[in-house]
Design a protein. Sequence first.
Length: 358
Amino acid sequence: MTTPADVIFCGNPGAGKSTLLSCVSGRQFRSGESAWCGFCSDFQFQESCRFPGYRFADTPGLADCKSAENAAKAITQTLMDAVRKGRAVKLFFVVPSEGGRITAEHLLTIRKVLGCITLVDGTSPSANSYAVIINKCDTALPEHQARVREGFAVRSPSLPIPTCHVIFLPRVGALSGKDNASHHFEGLQDFVLNVPAVALANVAEISCQSTVEELKQLQQNVSLAFDEQAARHEAEKRRWEQDARDVESALREAYLIQLRQEGEAATCQLQQLRGYLASQTEEGSHLEMQLAEQQRMQELTKQVREDHLRDLRRQQRMKERDWRRSIQEHWDRETLLESDRPVEVLTFSAKATLPGIA
Ligand SMILES: Nc1nc2c(ncn2[C@@H]2O[C@H](COP(=O)(O)OP(=O)(O)OP(=O)(O)O)[C@@H](O)[C@H]2O)c(=O)[nH]1
Ligand SMILES: [Mg+2]
């Protein structure tokens, strides 16, 4: 938890100050016009068990011309009470959302309240020394929010003290037209706790004298600033659109190049595959030819061998026939001569001289 401080809500009538204070603190701050009727300098701080040590103060709306002086007094007294008690102050301005525009009336209130403050070091409040609650937002359009944030974040003739502490709260139907109703706004308590507190040394009276003239001047400034901002945003939008188109065409170009390169690589691979297939086919047909040649040679060899074998057998048969014939002749001669030698011995010696055939 941050160091306890006084939480003070300022803003124009009907912005939702009392309602939001009740929602944050859990204490009842009377809302609606009746809350500040009569003499409005009758302020009161309230403490909350949700935030020990903190004090919460509501203030009346400042831009209402009829009661502006009383409202100014009430704001000054509230701030002076913090000064007297030496308490740091967290200053919040509640501003209703108007479609991404902050009107001159609300800026005038911020300027007037900040303009009456002197800090302990003798200086005026600097950038980020207060916070803004944009209330009753009907839409959460990012471009509206960005425009409002930018409007508060940049120092301008309409807003000499900028701030980056801005929160957007939705319009809650259940609170509409109801006094003293409550609602939990997501992130609001943390926002209140985290906004820096400032130590005040003095608070001057808020002047309501030349409010009408100041408002007129401010309205012109605001309208000018709004037009400038709109023109800047339009130019920025056009630049972004052009950038987006450039990026898109660069991406498309890169994609096409990649596609082309992939196509070329695929074609190259296909050619390699075709080449490989062709070489394999050639090798295959070469092998087939070799095989056929081998088979032919085998057939031929077989043929030659068979021829040779047949030849040998024929020669064998012829030799055998000659031999038998010669044996027979020899035998006949021997028989005729009545030889004493046995026939087996003669047969054996004749076989032993035949060429090696089984
Ligand atoms: N729909 C809706 N109504 C809201 C919201 N906040 C406040 N209101 C209503 O707006 C009206 C004014 O709210 P207040 O809280 O009284 O406003 P204020 O800033 O305190 O006004 P003054 O005290 O007159 O300066 C009330 O009727 C609330 O019910 C919101 O977020 N949504
Ligand atoms: Mg109020």
